[in-house]
Design a protein around this ligand. Structure first.
Ligand code: HEC
Length: 103
């Protein structure tokens, strides 16, 4: 039993270190911990002013992240959150949130 827990912890760590690469699409990218205070750990927002991300269309999420990243979609917090993201990170984040169950 202990070995199984240890093994799944290892798998989890391996998943984290792969995050950001296209091969780890549905695993949880490290960056999403920074989204939780506003968008919820499960991608379901607790505030009416913040959109839900869980279950949202993947291409839409990716387009919004790119738009915040470049400043094309103006929003102070989201511009700040996305300013240093790479294309790969944005793809992994969009894949992750779109794979979560919607509210
Ligand atoms: C400080 C709070 C805050 C944090 C932290 C934050 N967001 Fe946001 N996010 C918002 C708000 C508010 C909006 C709505 C923007 C608007 O009104 O145009 C938004 C919008 C978005 C949208 C567009 C959704 C839509 O339906 O158009 C995406 C995608 C998104 N955030 C992703 C993220 C990701 C990924 C992270 C973590 C890396 C993150 N956000 C962190 C507050 C936050």
């Amino acid at each position: 039993m202990k070995a199984a827990i240890f093994f799944s912890a290892l798998l989890f760590a391996a998943g984290l270190s792969l995050s950001g690469s296209a091969s780890a699409q549905q695993s949880r990218p490290e960056l999403v911990s920074g989204c939780a205070p506003c968008h919820g750990a499960d991608g379901v927002s607790r505030s009416g002013a913040v959109p839900n991300l869980a279950g949202q269309n993947e291409p839409y999420l990716l387009n919004q992240l790119r738009a915040f990243h470049t400043g094309k979609r103006a929003h102070k917090e989201m511009r700040y959150m996305s300013r240093n993201m790479t294309e790969q990170e944005m793809e992994a984040i969009a894949a992750y949130f779109s794979s979560l169950p919607p509210r």
